[in-house]
Design a protein around this ligand. Structure first.
Ligand SMILES: Cc1ncc(COP(=O)(O)O)c(C=O)c1O
Length: 384
């Protein structure tokens, strides 16, 4: 079978549509290596954990500058299970961003802890370190910043704050594979960091998957138990855990993709620079900024829509022109129905709420042609 010319119907896009991912082109670029890796797992008969997973855990941890990697079933589990592994107890307060995918806060509540929010910076959408400090109280034991859209929050300042206040730092790196800020990658300074390998991520598997990275041996040991019902010896259970083990198939796919990640991220940066240049000086559009010292990996290219047409009108206009823009995220976490019991009201995090009304995310994936970029730019200009 020629992998370069085959594609799954689920990921094929009409040539007329420019979408947020192009998994068919990604697969074509990877060639037969991907199919061979899948077959290798099928022939091995080792489908859960095992050598494929261990190899990937070590490779990804090394890539991110971390000592340990623990492969898990999803990015959500990579955050949720890290909390008890770090000693964060049910009832503890954990400070996070209200402007993120629900899982960042949902995993806190899922573990019986209390999500507390700190508003984000208007220029970047990243959690504001001063707001984090104001949100701390006597019950706070953990800070969980979200490295949104492929850009790290100010992780050095957050590390210093956590050291000063004796809190643990758990980074949400679900959108930040390979990103750097002030010379460090996600997981290097945190007590732990959770990553998602959902297929649309900059590094995505062929299904759900996740990993927690940590520099701490004690946290790694505890996480390995928690992902396997509290067991490190078969049928001996030290603590209550769950089943959250990374599948060998995912690890094999991710092992093939990891060496490409830097090149793919570089292509995303080139595409983003093209958009930045095209929209510079247009009063109707304000791209979110890259913070000083940040190496952005553009999981999303995000801009604020400030012209006469509403954001939703712009998204609809783009769709008519065959450009699928994302809205990440249309409703902040603190006003979701699931958060009703957490004690927040609309209006409490005005920056998150404003960005939720204004942002659109343009296709920025590494497989966009020059013609596709031009089409997106022309469509945006026509719609705002
Ligand atoms: C910021 C953020 N945190 C957590 C997650 C959860 O990851 P997963 O979907 O793999 O459970 C995601 C994934 O969409 C995410 O974007």
């Amino acid at each position: 079978m020629n992998a370069a010319t085959t594609s799954s119907p689920a990921v094929t896009q009409s040539p007329a549509t420019i979408g947020p991912v192009d998994l068919a082109s990604e697969r074509a670029e990877l060639g037969p290596a991907l199919d061979e890796a899948v077959l290798r797992v099928m022939r091995s008969g080792q489908f859960v954990l095992g050598p494929e997973v261990e190899r990937f855990e070590q490779a990804f941890a090394a890539y991110q500058g971390c000592a340990h990697g623990i492969g898990l079933a999803s990015g959500t589990d990579a955050l949720a299970l890290a909390l008890p592994a770090l000693g964060v107890q049910p009832g503890d307060h954990v400070v996070t961003s209200p402007f993120t995918f629900f899982a960042s806060a949902g995993s806190i509540a899922w573990m019986g802890c209390v999500p507390r929010f700190a508003d984000v910076e208007e220029q970047t959408g990243l959690i504001d370190v001063r707001a984090v400090e104001s949100a701390l109280d006597a019950q706070t034991t953990c800070v969980l910043p979200v490295h949104l859209y492929g850009q790290l929050a100010d992780v050095r300042a957050l590390r210093a704050l956590c050291d000063r206040k004796k809190l643990v730092l758990l980074e949400d790196g679900a959108q930040a594979h390979g990103a750097r800020r002030d010379g460090v990658r996600c997981g290097e300074l945190g007590d732990a960091a959770g990553f998602s390998f959902y297929p649309t991520k900059n590094l995505g598997g062929a299904g759900d998957g996740g990993i927690t990275l940590t520099q701490r041996e004690d946290v790694a040991r505890q996480l390995r138990k928690l992902r396997d019902h509290g067991s490190s010896i078969k049928y001996v259970h030290d603590v209550v855990g769950t089943n959250s083990r990374l599948a060998a198939l995912q690890a094999a796919v991710l092992t093939i993709k990891l060496p490409r990640l830097d090149a793919w991220n570089a292509r995303r940066r080139v595409n983003a620079a093209r958009y930045d240049a095209a929209f510079a000086g247009d009063e109707r559009l304000r791209p979110l900024r890259t913070a000083p010292g940040a190496e952005h990996t553009y999981h999303q290219y995000t801009l604020r829509v400030l012209g006469k047409r509403t954001r939703d009108e712009v998204v609809a206009g783009l769709r008519e022109r065959g450009v699928i823009a994302g809205i990440h995220y249309p409703k902040p976490v603190h006003v979701q129905a699931a958060a009703a019991g957490w004690g927040y009201r609309e209006g409490e995090f005005p920056v998150a709420e404003r960005l939720a009304r204004e942002v659109i995310c343009l296709p920025v994936h590494p497989f966009l042609s020059e013609a596709a970029l031009e089409r997106v730019i022309a469509a945006v200009r026509a719609c705002v």
